[in-house]
Design a protein around this ligand. Structure first.
Ligand code: MG
Length: 251
């Protein structure tokens, strides 16, 4: 069932989204060579709590941290730890915050210092896929319009689109209906839905430099590309309003 939010509920989601955006804005400059992912996670949690919010990821199905930090071939759900970032890495920075009963969830991929041209192009393309997907959103649009927007550009550039993970509805819970895939096939088409005012969804393209296949590491969380190639991830929480789509995870 897809939950429908009132204007007051969207106002709460906007406040939660703003906290997430503040963390990601801070992260753009905090992410640099020499810092560990555990240090970044600790500081992100401080920012979230200082705004009266709680880190939604912490304890989610037992996840041990406030952020998912995924380096290079890690796609999503990386666990912050002792790893020290180095020049040329790319870091997927995913964060969720709960405030006034509602959740905001967003991610971006940050180049660490100077990165290779192919890494930068992957990151830029993933960002552009998210922008195009948001532009395809609005009342009356369909979930497949989102998947098609991502797929068209990713295919054009020859990147693998991760299929095992998708965007999702969001509200009082981080993961609600519907699933928001980043591609279209017959199965996706069968579950297609029309977007209506009051819905909120997370759109989150995940693109690989190589093939689309992934696997989960022995820690039970970290998703990596099966072929070991780089992966990028961008995400926003988006509200469907009568007038169009509104990104909620912004300052
Ligand atoms: Mg998400």
């Amino acid at each position: 069932m897809i939950s429908i939010k009132s204007d007051a509920e969207f106002a709460a989601m906007r406040r939660a989204g703003r906290v997430v955006a503040e963390v990601l804005e801070w992260a753009r400059t905090a992410v640099k060579p020499g810092v560990t992912t555990a240090e970044l996670d600790a500081e992100a949690e401080k920012i979230i709590r200082s705004r009266g919010a709680t880190p939604e990821f912490k304890g989610y199905r037992g996840f041990p941290a406030s952020t998912c930090l995924s380096v290079n071939e890690q796609v999503v759900h990386g666990i912050p730890g002792k790893y020290r970032l180095k020049e040329g890495d790319i870091l997927g920075f995913d964060v969720g915050a709960r405030l006034d009963g509602f959740v905001g969830d967003a991610a971006l991929t940050i180049p660490v210092g100077k990165v290779s041209r192919e890494a930068q192009r992957l990151v830029d393309t993933c960002r552009e896929c998210l922008d195009r997907a948001i532009a395809a959103c609005g009342p009356g649009a369909r979930l497949t319009d989102i998947g098609r927007a991502v797929q068209t550009l990713a295919d054009e550039r020859g990147y693998g689109i991760v299929r095992e993970y998708a965007g999702h509805g969001i509200g009082k819970k981080m993961h609600e209906d519907p699933s928001v895939p980043n591609y279209v096939d017959s199965e996706v088409r069968r579950h297609d839905r029309t977007l209506k005012p009051g819905m909120a969804i997370c759109i989150e393209p995940m693109l690989n430099l190589g093939g689309h296949d992934t696997k989960v590491l022995g820690d039970g969380w970290t998703v990596v590309t099966r072929d070991g190639t780089l992966s990028a991830h961008f995400e926003h929480t988006v509200a469907i309003r009568a007038t169009g789509a509104e990104v909620l995870t912004v300052l």
